[in-house]
Ligand binder design. Structure first.
Ligand code: SAH
Length: 248
């Protein structure tokens, strides 16, 4: 089951259409689709909302609207209010990272709400009282209040990471065997001789340095082939150059 389907983002009386659109985009980036708006303002600039939602347009259109916060979260078990301020019972606030595993555990069976306040006044105390958890996003004391959509993004991101649905692509090429690496090192040794990069007495020392450099990371088969091709071509060019010198 996709746990993120059970996460509901609730915006209480948002002031700016642009922020609503940006929240939709942030939700989509994090695989969250359920948007509820409490007491939408009649003057909301929905064109702006559509513009800033970008490809999360459908999401914006699918929003549900409620007259009160109590109605928007009535079907949810956990209700997390977000606040930049301390005080009231915000003192027991969790970070979104701490809250994410708690939220996902509940989301396996029930809806979980993340509630965001007005851009100017945040959430009122009676709204925070409806919340089972309070979340505070860590920020510098120079400016603790994030933009509404940034706050929604950070909370969504922590849930998305905790849901463990994203797996970065891994190196597909196979690692080079010791035999292949040794063939490559032989060719580089030959290249250093033929290009007169080092003279005999320094060659072993230089080879040790080279081994140290190449052994710092994982060498794949294609990596070795590139390094071998470079060595082969350098030897060929050095020989051509020598031939041209002896014909002069
Ligand atoms: N001036 C308001 C800030 C509102 S910002 C106030 O003092 O509360 C709009 C909303 O973004 C907030 O209501 C909250 O839901 C969220 N938000 C902004 N910064 C946050 C932070 N540091 N931690 C948690 N939520 C935050």
């Amino acid at each position: 089951m996709n746990l993120l389907e059970n996460i509901r983002i609730v915006l209480v009386e948002p002031m700016h259409g642009g922020n609503i659109g940006s929240v939709c985009r942030a939700m989509n980036n994090n695989g969250i689709t359920d948007l509820a708006i409490v007491a939408p303002r009649p003057e909301t600039d929905w064109d702006d909302a559509r513009k800033l939602s970008c490809q999360a347009h459908a999401q914006l259109e699918a929003r549900k609207e409620y007259a009160s916060l109590a109605e928007a979260v009535a079907g949810c078990t956990l209700v997390a209010g977000t606040s930049a301020r301390t005080g009231f019972y915000r003192d027991t606030a969790l970070t979104p990272r701490e809250f994410a595993p708690i939220a996902l555990e509940s989301a396996s069976t029930h809806k979980v709400a993340l509630v965001f306040g007005r851009e100017d006044k945040g959430l009122y105390n009676e709204e925070l009282a409806l919340c089972s958890h309070i979340l505070q996003i860590p920020s510098s004391e120079l400016y603790t209040s994030l933009n509404l959509s940034h706050a929604a993004y950070v909370c969504g991101y922590e849930l998305f990471c905790a849901a463990d649905v994203f797996h970065p692509s891994e190196e597909k090429a196979d690692e080079a065997s010791s035999a292949l690496r040794e063939r490559m090192f032989d060719m580089w040794r030959e290249m250093m001789v033929q290009t007169e990069f080092v003279h005999d007495q320094k060659l072993d020392h230089m080879m040790m340095g080279l081994r140290r450099i190449f052994n710092r990371g994982k060498l794949t088969i294609p990596d070795c082939k590139i390094l071998m091709g470079l060595a082969k071509q350098s030897v060929w060019v050095a020989n051509q150059w020598r031939k041209a010198q002896s014909n002069d």
